[in-house]
Unconditional design. Structure first.
Length: 367
């Protein structure tokens, strides 16, 4: 029996439809397992309504500020220079908080604190962060063509008000274009007229001339870009031969001063001894004169006393004395029969009697 083609067609259509339905069912089942609900904002955002958009804008602005950083903080001792599309603004930014437009503007910070530029004989790296710049010592020739090195320190600061124009004119390396050339030129002009031997003895004079010259040239610059505080001469390095010669001269001068001092000291000692001898001689003369005057006064007094005594010895007084002596002699004879009396001639002095009780004493008196 022949097979009906319509039967097979209907069956294939049924199988296809079943498979499709099964596939759809499988897909539907898979889709049901991966189902995600639509996004819904938090409850507090639903309550904000139209204000939520404003908050989103604010958050976006804050994020942009931190990402692009369109602001700058200028600290004390600094100024900010705002550059708009390559042009320097004339008014500097003072310490504080300032905004600028990224992409069109930028701000560079310039140090206006006191800076040092040292010229030393030791080669060292240049330092900007600490405000100290190190350069080699300035080598020059003296009046006779001998090499001399000068060490000095320059203190200066950038003028804050004119900083934009200074940086626009000289660039960030303004120190090498303003300070360094002026200092080297003045030092060469001042020191070059002296000989190496004169430099140590005229150090103060040279230091004053260098500072005055540098100050005059810096102040003569247009718009006064730099404030010069001081120029200090630190050292003068001479050639070894000149230094040895100066040392020999100094030693000779010191020896001459020592000899001069010894001579002056010996002279003082001699003058001191001479003055002492003169003083002793004067003292001896004064003492001798005093003794002589004392003897003279004593002699005059004795002579006056003798004269007074002589005047007081009258004849009657002498007779009275003789009578008294004779009376005492008579009393002595009563006790000692050997008593003797000596009669003085002329009666100028009283008689003298001697009471001798021994034969030996009597013999000595008689002899």
């Amino acid at each position: 029996m022949p097979i009906d083609n319509d039967y097979f067609k209907n069956r294939q259509s049924g199988n296809g439809g079943g498979s499709n339905n099964g596939g759809n069912g499988g897909n539907g089942g898979g889709g049901g397992g991966n189902f995600q609900p639509p996004f819904e904002p938090p409850e507090f955002m639903k309550n904000l309504g139209k204000k939520a958009g404003i908050i989103y804008v604010v958050i976006a602005i804050v994020a942009a500020l931190f990402i692009f950083k369109p602001f700058v903080i200028v600290e004390s001792g600094q100024v900010g220079i705002k550059i708009t599309t390559g042009k320097y603004e004339e008014i500097p930014l003072t310490p504080g908080f300032h905004f600028f437009i990224p992409g069109f503007q930028k701000v560079i910070l310039i140090d206006t604190k006191v800076r040092l530029m040292n010229y030393k004989n030791i080669s060292e790296a240049t330092s900007f962060g600490s405000g100290i710049r190190l350069n080699p010592a300035i080598d020059i020739l003296d009046a006779r063509g001998l090499p001399v090195s000068i060490e000095l320190t320059v203190q200066y600061s950038l003028t804050a008000d004119g900083a934009p124009q200074t940086i626009a004119t000289y660039g960030l390396s303004w120190e090498d274009k303003i300070i360094n050339p002026v200092v080297r030129d003045i030092v060469r002009n001042v020191v070059g007229v002296y000989t190496a031997e004169e430099l140590p003895t005229k150090r103060n004079e040279i230091a004053v001339k260098i500072e005055d010259g540098v100050r005059a040239d810096i102040e003569a610059l247009v718009n006064s870009p730099v404030n010069l505080l001081s120029v200090q001469l630190r050292g003068i390095i001479l050639p070894n031969k000149i230094r040895e010669q100066i040392e020999r001269v100094q030693i000779a001068n010191q020896e001459a001063e020592r000899v001069k001092y010894e001579v002056a000291r010996a002279k003082q000692e001699a003058e001191k001894k001479a003055a002492l001898a003169i003083g002793n001689a004067q003292a001896i003369r004064i003492e001798a004169k005093g003794k002589a005057d004392a003897i003279t006064i004593e002699a005059k007094a004795q002579a006056a006393a003798n004269i007074a005594i002589a005047k007081s010895l009258t004849p009657n007084l002498l007779k009275l004395e003789q009578i008294q002596v004779q009376g005492k002699f008579n009393e002595a004879l009563k006790v000692n029969k050997d008593a003797k009396i000596f009669l003085t001639p002329g009666g100028s002095t009283p008689n003298i009697w001697v009471d001798t009780k021994s034969t030996a004493r009597d013999a000595s008196i008689n002899n």
